[in-house]
Design a protein around this ligand. Structure first.
Ligand code: FAD
Length: 415
């Protein structure tokens, strides 16, 4: 059997926009909304059936680093508060259903051309210059042309396929942090304290008959019960799927199946603490398994471990990260947390090496394994997206490439 097939095909150009954002997670929302509000014609394409990335498709809370930023972080918080959909754990958790509706409204108001159920497959390249992206959806294959493309896929799909260099996982062996299948439960006793994420687990550990089997069934011993604003509802971050690559289609599918299996196991264990937690039931599974890390696209600047430790200040800072380094260990059941006093993300770390007309934002930007483990949280990804959207607009307005814009700003004042 042939192992490869060559395909040549003419495809229809759907549209030509100023800025094309690929991926509507926190970073993509930040980039698209900021650019559209600045007057750019923005197309936003999203693989899933709703905007929000891990916030909605992944069933994630809390919204870390949200209160450390103004701008869209504040807007989203206030919009969710107005819908009684904010609160829960540490007063930074939210109802993911309402989050979808808030984002949909924000996108509509900003007049963004949103295309759901659409995958950005390959960059359209002229030499090393990204002219847009080939897309795939129910209409078949198409093309979208853009002056600047912003890769907010989380995995850096477009940047990597355009030939940008990238790094993966731990420096010593390239192993990734585990993935997690989040899940939502109902029936949690109202008396269970909102800020105690682990009390239930401590009790459960005492009650399980076979501790080794317990850690095989659900192999993570620092889980979180994340109470949501509505009575009785919580998200659970407990499953751990190790040694899988979230940017590999086959492995991602296997990981999701393993995640579902662990959720079933977890639900069985909850029965042992029914008297303490409540008669909880499975309410919802996410549309995607949560992938903590894949490619980190190497850019004009790499945010280093020393930058995290020393709080290095950059003139082109677009996001001050306050959230601590949070590493879910790839080969142990636990988690490593390292505090710091805050560090900057310079705009240059969003500009991939070797490829023109392209920016990244979100968890795939240019940084070390350790730095990534802090800036990957959603409040920071949203803020980075805002920086990317703003920078793309300014570069177009000043008739500069995004790289030239970044270089000029790295030696001038803050953006
Ligand atoms: C299990 C887990 C728990 C976490 N817990 C927290 C937490 O409690 N609080 C917190 O703030 N952060 C948390 N994080 C981190 C945070 O969720 C992510 O790092 C963050 O969502 C990254 O934002 P992003 O926009 O870069 O990517 P994502 O949120 O992953 O969004 C990327 C979007 O792009 C779309 N996409 C991908 N590829 C393509 C393509 N080729 N074409 C079109 N669309 C595409 C995806 O469908 C998705 O909607 C957690 C992460 C995981 C995995």
């Amino acid at each position: 059997m042939e192992t490869t097939i060559t395909r040549t095909q003419s495809v229809k150009v759907r549209n030509h926009c100023d800025i094309l954002v690929v991926g509507a997670g926190p970073a993509g929302i930040g980039a698209a909304v900021t650019a559209a509000r600045a007057g750019a014609r923005v197309t936003l394409i999203e693989n899933g059936g709703k905007p929000g990335g891990m916030w909605t498709l992944g069933l994630l809370s809390p919204f870390f680093d949200n209160k450390n930023h103004d701008g869209l972080n504040r807007e989203l918080r206030e919009a969710l508060q107005a819908r009684n959909a904010w609160g829960g754990l540490w007063d930074i958790s939210f109802d993911p259903v309402q989050m979808t509706l808030v984002l949909n409204e924000m996108i509509r108001e900003a007049k963004i051309d949103l295309l759901l159920y659409t995958t950005g497959c390959e960059p359209i390249l002229e030499d090393n210059c990204v002219k847009g992206v080939f897309i795939q959806n129910k209409s078949g294959t198409g093309a979208i042309l853009a002056d600047v493309t912003i890769d907010c896929t989380g995995d850096g799909d477009i940047a990597a396929r355009a030939g940008a260099p990238f790094r993966i996982g731990r420096d010593r062996d390239g192993v990734f942090q585990p993935m997690t299948m989040m899940f939502k439960i109902g029936g949690v006793r109202d008396e269970y304290p909102t800020d105690r994420i682990l009390d239930w687990y401590t009790l459960l550990e005492q009650r399980v008959p076979d501790k080794e089997k317990f850690l095989r069934d659900v192999p993570f011993n620092f889980p979180a019960l994340i109470k949501l604003p509505r009575s009785g509802e919580a998200l659970v971050q407990w499953t751990h799927v190790r040694y899988r690559n979230g940017s590999d289609g086959e492995e991602l599918s296997c990981a999701a199946q393993e995640g579902f299996r662990q959720v079933e196991n977890a639900m069985e264990y909850f029965k042992l603490i029914r008297d303490f937690l409540g008669d909880v039931y499975l309410m919802e599974l996410p549309a995607v398994i949560g992938v903590r890390e894949t490619r980190r696209i190497t850019g004009e600047y790499i945010v280093t471990d020393d930058d995290v430790r020393n709080g290095t200040v950059f003139p082109d800072n677009i996001c001050t990260v306050k959230f601590g380094v949070d590493i879910h260990e790839p080969d142990q059941a636990g988690q490593t947390n390292i505090g710091h006093n805050g560090f900057h993300i310079p705009f240059r770390s969003l500009v991939p090496l070797g490829v023109e007309n392209l920016l990244t934002a979100g968890r795939c930007i240019s940084g070390s394994y350790m730095a990534h483990a802090a800036y990957r949280v959603t409040g920071d990804c949203l803020k980075m997206g805002e920086g990317a959207g703003y920078g793309a607009c300014e570069a177009i307005k000043r008739k500069l490439s995004v790289r030239e814009f970044a270089r000029r700003n790295s030696s001038e004042t803050t953006l």
